[in-house]
Write a protein that binds this ligand. Sequence first.
Ligand code: 26V
Length: 790
Amino acid sequence: MTTPSFRESILRHLTYSFGKDPDHAILEDWRMALSLGVRDRIVDAWFKSTKRTYETGAKRVYYLSMEYLIGRLLEDGLVNLELVDEAREVLAEFGYDYDTVLADEPDAALGNGGLGRLAACFMESLSTIGCPAHGYGIRYEHGLFRQSFVDGRQIEQPELWLGQRHAWEFERPEVRYRIGFGGHVDVRDGHYRWHPGEEVEAEAFDTPTVGWKGRWANTLRLWSGRAIHPFDLEAFNHGDFTRAAAPEALARTISRVLYPDDTTEQGRELRLKQEYFLTASALRDILRRFSNQFDDLRKLPEKVAIQLNDTHPAIAGPELIRILVDEKGFDFDEAMEIAQGCLSYTNHTLLPEALEAWGEQLFGRLLPRHIGIIDRIDATHAGRNPSRTQSMRADQSVKMGQLSFVMAHKVNGVSALHTDLMKTTVFSELHGLHPDRIVNQTNGVTPRRWLLSCNPGLAGLITESIGEDWVDDLEQLSKLEPFIDDAGWLEHFDAVKRDNKVWLSNWMRDTYGMHADPDALFDVQIKRIHEYKRQHLNILETIALWQEMRENPNADWTPRLKLFGGKAAPGYFFAKDIIRLINDAASVINNDPLTQGMLRIAFLPNYNVSLAERMIPAADLSEQVSTAGKEASGTGNMKLALNGAPTIGTLDGANVEIRERVGADNFFLFGMTAQEVEDRRRVEGHAGLAIAADDRLKGALDLIRDGRFSPGETDRYRGITENLEGPDYFLVCSDFTDYWRAQREVDVVFRDDKAWDRMAALNTARSGWFSSDRTIRGYMADIWNAESLL
Ligand code: 26V
């Protein structure tokens, strides 16, 4: 049998999978036919990888995550299989534009932000490296909400990524597990048995994820909720159609929506059910696969590594113990040891409000056997560590961080600073008892998506200069350094950035009717909206700058475009006010004739992976201005540096390591350190003191309070001004003056083309370490003890 050419394969799918001939096919048909053509080849790689994993009996890695922020997959496949040129040609032959076809694919937004996007980068790197791995998650029907602005305010609409045909997944109706909740626990002769009061079925959907050059492909297995008895015929026959369909509707709610934040209280029970649903299905699947190949469950830690992406799947520890003890007859201590040998846990935040704790009432009602197991784990741990004072069962709640730590053989932070803070703050006692358990694995991003695909101009220049090996060996970017001294090369680098800025400007004009001058400095802050990320520090500086420009309109200002993107949690009203303030300020400032051509603001709606791919290559400056100690790592900071945007930032998260690598001269540092933040917070009236010492800050706050951006409604932003003038927990005011200073330094350097280009190019050349390939190799060596099969 000969393999059909890629062109044949696309045309065959158009005809036989979608029943269209080229003359009648619409955009979506072409996109789907192209996707299936790509998918066929991914499947070939996938089968080979699966076979090899079985044959070698290698250790497998399982990544458990409630979120995967994937974005589009077609370009990923085309790029990794090196089919881009062929795809372009075939589409052109039939009158279709490659970019238009790619843009037709909806984003799979099964995640909120950094944690979910990291999981997606990890899946790609695991495949590139050839580490046998499965990702497990939930197949949410509705991903992260779609954001639009009405009168400057965020409006949320449901998102339906499955509303169009989806090319990438294979439904596995034969892979189903019954997952129970509630009910009661029987004890007979010391043997426990859980009798759930309610059950749903989890059905698997598999998406193959292919790595660079199609050398390897792993599986992302997402679970969908189904009713065990989908239809109540008796009710139907009695004419009660609603009741007849109720079991199915109820079961499906479990995978209906992604939880949009960690700040709303509603639906906590459903969230806990989702966490158990994911974890229990994954474990069942893992044990079934293990038992197909091996017989002795004591070998589990040798063959299986299970990574918990934050505490959301922390119930994996108790669940594995439950299966081993209640169903397989192990004694408790041995079961606990086996589970610890398999499990490891990544912490992604130290913010107290995001540390998971479940009320014991709810937890005990939903998972009556597990709460008993957790008490036993806690008691066992306390017995072995008599000096321990904390417990995972304090304040009538279950502390998932403590549970995860105790049940893991390794616990990791996501940047050097964050890992240090884990040791000295939330996990200080446990770290004292287990000093070898906490390790660092600084985050990374996949260079295939975040450079090769999203920035073809820069990728082309790099490959022309140093060859293509950088794509899966990103540290080779350091070979660019000698080129940076070549004026012609640097001009080429500058021209690429300019092209990207022109492209974004045109796109903004065509899509939103927004004006963006490609000669202005593109100053970019893109991330979830949160007080600790301090978008309000940025907008305060913008307002102060506007004032200064109005006072001195003839000075030699560096033209700036302040670009924002990001979603606020629907229940996080302060964050929503920040969005509205930025949009209100934009309407006033963008329409001020005095500052035309000098300053503009644009908040692009519905920030998502695809929008990031458009904005990052066009960025000049990367805003990473969180309150030091609060941003665990950041990964947007890495993407922006890699694409030649120097950072203005605090010593927080991975900014610290970015600065170390790109060099202090190529990073605009400002603000307090994490330690200084802690000290400053104890200064009585710190915000007032900072405001009194800085007229620009005072002026900006006055304008907001006096309704300059909310005509006729002076108290629209009272929440913000009173917070900043009062508690200012995130120390916006105390960092303002130094932020202003650093921004003016940016102005100066940007006006010197050569100096700026050099700095930008050095950011690219020195960011190679931030590849998620490096991160995954770190996990494989230090946590999983897993090997590449390539
Ligand atoms: C918690 C919860 C609790 C229940 C409702 C849904 C939900 C969603 C998210 C979270 C915690 C999010 C933690 C997070 O995203 N952390 C980010 O992780 C990135 C990857 O490590 C890191 O770069 C960011 O600095 C960090 O904020």
